[in-house]
Design a protein around this ligand. Structure first.
Ligand SMILES: Cc1cc2nc3c(=O)[nH]c(=O)nc-3n(C[C@H](O)[C@H](O)[C@H](O)COP(=O)(O)O)c2cc1C
Length: 156
């Protein structure tokens, strides 16, 4: 099974989460590749396998700067993503009560609008919780992988 982690980050925290997930997931039958969103466009969703969007939130509930090109390309081209299965690990901070985890939510909403189907619940890490995002990722990873395997089996 192939998994692509797409990282949206401003200061690298989401990338640490992706590294942790790679450690947990990479194995005999799972091949994980992590891509920073920086230079990606909508065509990335033509890759084989499943996707995990791992993104923080900035500004007034915006996606991080390095995600904007991909987000805008999807929103403009509006490709049919009916065959795409994805998960969302969002990073945010409840101190920003009005826009908590909007980055992950915006990607989730857009992908859903384009026909893609989410695997599992959208994670909303809270930086003010005292739990490190990598720790949350580690405890969440196995359960999501099990759901991803089911999804991959259904689409195979
Ligand atoms: C200037 C600034 C603005 C932020 N705005 C939001 C926000 O609107 N909503 C939210 O949930 N988190 C917000 N955050 C929190 C970040 O999303 C959170 O700290 C995250 O872990 C950062 O991950 P990154 O290093 O991968 O970018 C903001 C953080 C900063 C520094």
């Amino acid at each position: 099974m192939k998994l692509t982690i797409l990282v949206g980050t401003m200061t690298g925290t989401a990338q640490l989460v992706a590294q942790e997930l790679e450690l947990v997931w990479d194995g005999d039958d799972v091949e994980v590749e992590t891509l920073l969103m920086d230079d990606l466009d909508a065509s990335v969703f033509g890759r084989e396998g499943l996707f995990l969007l791992c993104t923080s939130t900035y500004g007034q509930g915006d996606v991080p700067d390095n995600s904007k090109k991909l987000f805008d390309d999807l929103a403009t081209k509006r490709p049919d993503l009916a065959g795409v299965r994805y998960g969302v690990f969002g990073l945010g901070d409840r101190t920003y009560a009005e826009t908590f985890n909007f980055g992950g939510m915006k990607f989730d909403t857009l992908l859903g609008d384009l026909g893609a189907k989410r695997i599992g619940e959208r994670v909303q890490h809270d930086a003010s919780s005292g739990v490190l995002p990598e720790e949350k990722a580690e405890e969440w990873a196995e359960g999501w992988l099990a759901q991803a395997r089911e999804a991959a089996a259904q689409t195979a």
